[in-house]
Design a protein around this ligand. Structure first.
Ligand code: ATP
Ligand code: MN
Length: 463
């Protein structure tokens, strides 16, 4: 008998087929007429298939009637057209084999709804719920879409290192990687002697693959990285993780305008793939999590992203008459309340802000002629704020060195990065998209911890 998924069992063209299904019981209901309905789910889709288990089954009284949420079973039977409402097919079981029981008294996922906080404590079981099944199917779809987008455009997928010795860009606090004995580290001149450490120097978990990505872009053309990224920032927000996944394209011979266009096309492509492939899951998010999800995504798929300079954005905020907790002032970074005002109240759609003050941006962003701004861009989305940060890179050796000095960095530490400018330098650009940020935007999930399988945040690394 052919094993099929619940997803395919739910389609009308399976009617008449003898099949095998395997999964977990969501509910069981007994009919007075002497048979039972079992709702079976295997994670292949949101829906369950209804299994009709007849009273004649050998183990009907001894086992079938004891099935409860969480039990795992194998069902053999025929797919028939369903009489019931809301489903096209069901399975007429000829055999129900129980793989494993789930004690009704202790199994946490009973009918009652649980808070997201509670479900986080049960990260080993939350994937059995409708919400998390949907989240992780969408996450898979987005990941596939990311690779497809770049692969179809001829970008090379490169794997940049996870362990790095350069605090690339001062992009945030870094996790140190060491094999030294923290109880009794070797010392030289009263300080920890890192020459005795594994890498013979201080080493960290990467905060970005960009600098290494630039090596590949300035030799092989357009490239992208897609991997785990670490930031030890001690911020307990709904938008920050200590470990997250970042996609970083780096493009040769591309300026900021080209960079913004790729970012826009990229996000639209992800959204249209999700709309095409995850309709049922998105409907669920729209019904249960955030009733603006579907309208936002469909309107975004075909509206142009606005491009607004940082300076104009500051003007808009200053003239808005809105009270903000953080003061709006040219030269300071925008806070999430400002970003949200722009996208949710003022423009009511995603916006790409560009040309930020040089004082608040990293050394590698290309300086403008005005001496005040750099060729930076951030893509802001309603509700989540920044989902992409990027820039055109400074390709002029002298300007780059000067910027490093300005920011208190030692050019010698970046010797290889500088050589990319010394030998055959080119204009190039790139950006970073936080996978979890765009997932928050797509699903409407309020907390970033609920769109990654096992969230790592201050004080929390269980599982
Ligand atoms: P933010 O200002 O939102 O903290 P950032 O400006 O520090 O972010 P970048 O260094 O520009 O972030 O990183 C590029 C992208 O990576 C961001 O646009 C965001 O989507 C994502 N990102 C950055 N930090 C985190 C984090 N701690 N957790 C999850 N995603 C993150
Ligand atoms: Mn940023």
């Amino acid at each position: 008998m052919q094993k099929i998924s619940v997803r395919s069992a739910l389609s009308a063209d399976q009617v008449g087929n003898q099949v095998k299904l395997e999964g977990w019981v969501r509910t069981r209901r007994d009919s007075k007429a002497g048979f039972s309905f079992i709702e079976l789910n295997d994670g292949s889709c949101m829906g369950n298939i209804q299994v009709v288990a007849d009273g004649n089954l050998a183990n009907y009284e001894s086992e079938v009637k004891k099935l409860s949420p969480g039990c795992s079973v194998r069902v053999l039977g025929e797919i028939v057209a369903s009489q019931g409402k809301g489903q096209t097919t069901e399975v007429q079981a000829s055999e129900v084999h129980v793989y494993g029981w789930a004690d009704v008294e202790t199994y946490p996922l009973q009918k009652k709804r649980h808070t997201m906080e509670k479900l986080r404590e049960w990260a080993h079981l939350r994937t059995r719920t409708n919400t998390f099944g949907a989240v992780f199917r969408v996450r898979n779809c987005v990941s596939r879409s990311i690779h497809n987008f770049f692969q179809e455009r001829g970008f090379l997928y490169v794997h940049t290192p996870i362990i790095t010795a350069s605090d690339c860009e001062g992009a945030g606090e870094m996790f140190k990687v060491t094999t030294l004995d923290l109880e009794a580290p070797p010392k030289a001149d009263g300080k920890v002697d890192y020459t005795q450490d594994f890498f013979e120097r201080p080493s960290f978990l990467t905060v970005s693959g960009q600098l290494e990505g630039e090596i590949f872009a300035t030799s092989l053309g357009n490239v992208y990285t897609f991997g785990p990224t670490f930031r030890a920032e001690n911020s307990n927000t709904s938008r920050h993780l200590a470990e997250f996944w970042m996609v970083e394209p780096e493009m040769a011979f591309v300026d900021l305008e080209g960079n913004m266009q790729v970012a826009e096309d990229f996000i639209k492509r992800i959204i249209s793939d999700v709309l095409n492939d995850c309709g049922e899951d998105l409907q669920f998010f729209n019904d249960r999590i955030d009733d603006t999800v579907l309208s936002t995504l469909t309107s975004m798929a075909d509206s142009e992203f606005l491009r607004v300079s940082y300076t104009d954005a500051i003007d808009i905020l200053l003239k808005s008459g809105q009270k903000f907790d953080y003061k709006v002032e040219w030269g300071t970074d925008l806070q999430s309340e400002h970003e949200r005002f722009l996208t949710e109240v003022h423009f009511k759609r995603p916006v790409i802000l560009h040309d930020y003050p040089r004082s608040i941006k990293p050394f590698y962003m290309r300086c403008n002629e005005d001496g005040k701004t750099v060729r930076a861009m951030d893509v802001l989305a309603p509700k989540v704020g920044e989902i992409i940060g990027g820039s055109q890179r400074e390709e002029r050796l002298d300007v780059l060195e000067q910027r490093m000095q300005e920011q208190g960095l030692n050019p010698a530490d970046y010797w290889w990065y500088l050589e990319l400018r010394k030998y055959g330098t080119i204009p190039h650009s790139g950006f970073g998209l936080g996978l979890e940020r765009i997932l928050q935007f797509i699903t409407g999930m309020g907390n970033i911890r609920d769109v990654i399988p096992f969230p790592r945040t201050p004080g929390s690394a269980e599982f």
